[in-house]
Design a protein around this ligand. Structure first.
Ligand SMILES: [Zn+2]
Length: 156
């Protein structure tokens, strides 16, 4: 079984949020934090980071696991309401960072290859740079997502 790494990227992001230094922070839920993804090629791409550093869902006690999944689904719903995608892709991998987190990717028919998995169609290198999160450019999206997430948070 994968062990939680000492130099964990997810813990680094959570520390940034807790110290008020994460520019793409969206919302705090009882079990996790929603942040906008580093790359906005898939407009509205959001991460839901578990407060508990478990590698996999199975490592969480059941009550906490189901609460985390419920909150993740509410975050996904909020993202979908705001960006109105053709489809949501919801993934939890953690092969690189074994600390439970979900990727919430809105998918659009305007993509060149909308039926492919995100990892095979997202731009790389210089092309990817064009879509890097930009606090100024993405401010309106962040504002809308924060509003929608605040409504969802009220349902917890
Ligand atoms: Zn971690």
């Amino acid at each position: 079984m994968a062990q939680h790494p000492s130099d964990c990227d997810i813990c680094r992001r959570i520390s940034q949020i807790q110290s008020g230094n994460h520019p793409a922070f969206l919302a705090e839920f009882p079990t996790g934090y929603a942040v906008l993804g580093d790359n906005q090629f898939f407009r509205g791409y959001t991460l839901f980071l578990c407060k508990h550093p478990a590698p996999d869902l199975e490592n969480l006690p059941r009550d906490l696991r189901f609460q985390f999944l419920r909150e993740m689904a509410l975050v996904s719903e909020a993202v979908s309401k705001v960006v109105q995608p053709h489809k949501m892709n919801v993934e939890s991998l953690g092969n690189m960072a074994p600390h439970l987190h979900f990727h919430l990717f809105p998918r659009y028919l305007s993509e060149s290859e909308p039926t492919k998995p995100v990892w095979l169609t997202m731009p790389q290198g210089d092309e990817a740079e064009k879509y890097a999160f930009d606090a100024a450019r993405d401010a309106e999206l962040v504002r809308q997502l924060r509003g929608a997430l605040e409504e969802q948070n009220g349902e917890i």
